[in-house]
Design a protein around this ligand. Structure first.
Ligand code: ATP
Ligand code: MG
Ligand code: MG
Ligand code: MG
Length: 481
């Protein structure tokens, strides 16, 4: 099948290989860069080259990079396009070709190699990037009605709080051209999907936030493999592509439900499992072990969410004695089976991955059962109180903290369950309890602090040992000793 996920990956790499790019392997999900928590984009392994710290051995390269974006965790299954784990296909120029060539190739790849009808393609450029606008309209011939100038948030790409960055230009696919040009909003997920981002990497953002020009002008691009697969396979969302759907089918089988006839809520839960299991398998494969800090907490949180979601779906494991009732290793087997084209090493590491998963699932089920009982009591009390006092139901900060601190019950699950029941959470009260405890335990041990991309230091509002920076794309790990 010419439009299978595997062949889309192959075709992309081949397209750029035959245009002088060297095909390089994906880097690990654990970056060789102390300032970044996880690999969020294809450019990360080339950062020192872009910065001019090490010379480029090649003029240009192309990769399929496995990526993790924890900032998209709550989008999973809600939008049709976001994953925590995905593959980013990229072409990179290290001071070689620049804007015009990158745009021309991206267009050729999209329209000729992948055969997307040009009238369905829309373009965004950075608001003051007249150059890019002109290339798209005059050289490529895209009607100006389909070229949008967007601001910094969408069209100025930065690789982190500091580091290489520049204006970018994105290509969107239009599922509903019949809706016309008036009021078209590229952010409308029901109509458009962004699939290719071309970054014109020409500045270094320094500590004080200023932009200093890089020695060379570079190109850094990212095309979402799952998104292109979704477009070409003509399925309603990324999850139903051949890259992910077999995992969802496995989960459906264990839950004894049929995806096709399931309600939206069940579908979303199946998508969460399909998404998170890929992230989990590749994180463990790249050496991340579940723990309460940094990367370890990312994988721990993902496993916990899978386990909880599986229980909601009624998944029990299929009675395999070797797994002690756990189900996550069974789904992980499917991920491994699908993974050989993503990373051939995963197969060899599979036994360790399954073992780690089983252990973590067993541990969490215990925590879960104790916490669930207490949370249930507290929620019932909150609802009862609200009814009697004619107020909105709210879970007290102390209770949230008790669950979190004494019971080890994950905060995000408390939030999710409360939300499902229409009960809000007194976060202020929680923060006060947290602060109290913080002051009590300012022990001198190693801490992992995580800063947010927008400069706010969330490490100041969370305990030193717990990673909570999921909302940040550029969660930064600064290990202090
Ligand atoms: P979006 O606006 O849809 O969140 P983005 O602008 O954050 O995407 P970029 O940082 O430009 O994404 O990344 C380059 C490409 O990687 C995107 O055009 C898209 O194809 C893909 N991509 C980004 N985030 C995700 C994700 N969470 N899941 C799947 N693919 C993604
Ligand atoms: Mg995004
Ligand atoms: Mg975007
Ligand atoms: Mg983008």
């Amino acid at each position: 099948n010419n439009n299978s996920g595997d062949s889309i990956r192959r075709r992309f790499l081949k397209f750029y290989e035959s245009r002088g790019h060297k095909v390089l392997p994906s880097a690990s999900l654990v970056p060789d860069d102390p300032t970044v928590l996880l690999t969020i984009a294809g450019m990360l392994q080339f950062k020192p080259i872009f910065l001019g710290n090490i010379p480029a051995k090649l003029p240009c390269a192309t990769t399929s990079q496995r990526c993790i974006r924890t900032n998209d965790i709550l989008n999973v299954g809600l939008t049709s396009r976001h994953h925590t784990f995905f593959e980013m296909l990229g072409n990179f120029s290290f001071g070689d070709y620049f804007k015009k060539q990158a745009i021309l190739w991206a267009w050729e790849l999209s329209t000729l190699e992948f055969g997307l009808p040009s009238h369905r393609l829309w373009i965004s450029v950075y608001e003051n990037d007249d150059d890019a606008f002109h290339i798209w309209s005059h050289q490529v011939g895209v009607p100006v009605e389909r070229i949008k100038r967007l601001g910094e948030e969408d069209n100025f790409w930065t690789s982190g709080v500091t580091g290489p960055c520049g204006p970018c230009s994105e290509i969107y696919y239009d599922f509903h051209p019949e809706r016309g040009y008036a009021d078209a909003d590229l952010g409308d997920d029901t109509r458009f999907i962004e699939f290719y981002n071309l970054v014109f990497m020409q500045y270094n953002k320094t500590d004080d936030g200023s932009l200093e020009p890089l020695k060379h002008k570079n190109i850094d691009t990212g095309l979402g493999l799952e998104r292109m697969a979704r477009i070409l396979q003509k399925v309603p969302n990324n999850y139903e592509t051949d890259l992910i759907f077999p995992i969802i089918e496995k989960a459906s089988e264990l839950a004894n439900v049929s995806y096709a006839t399931a309600d939206e809520h069940t579908k979303r839960n199946l998508k969460i499992i399909g998404d998170h299991m890929r992230a989990i398998v590749f994180l463990i494969s790249d050496g991340v072990v579940p723990s309460n800090v940094g990367r370890g907490y990312v994988v721990r949180r993902l496993i916990r969410r899978v386990v909880r979601t599986g229980r909601l779906l009624g998944i029990k494991g299929d009675g395999r004695g070797d797994l002690e009732g756990t189900f996550s290793p069974i789904i992980a087997e499917k991920v491994v089976e699908l993974s050989t084209h993503i990373d051939s090493d995963v197969k060899n590491r599979a036994p360790r991955i399954f073992e780690e998963l089983m252990r973590e699932e067993l541990r969490f089920v215990q925590t879960l059962e104790r916490g669930e009982k207490l949370l249930e009591e507290k929620l019932t009390a909150a609802v009862w109180n609200a009814e009697n006092n004619k107020t909105e139901p709210c879970l007290a900060g102390e209770d949230v903290f008790l669950l979190y601190d004494t019971y080890g019950y994950p905060m995000e699950i408390t939030k999710e369950v409360a939300e499902e029941r229409g009960v809000s959470i007194d976060m202020n009260g929680f923060d006060i309890e947290m602060e109290k405890q913080r002051r009590q335990s300012q022990a001198a041990h190693n801490t992992v602090k995580l800063a947010m991309g927008n400069g706010a230091n969330i490490a100041d509002s969370v305990p030193d040992t717990e990673f909570m920076g999921y909302d940040s794309l550029y969660a930064k790990a600064i290990v202090q000793s």
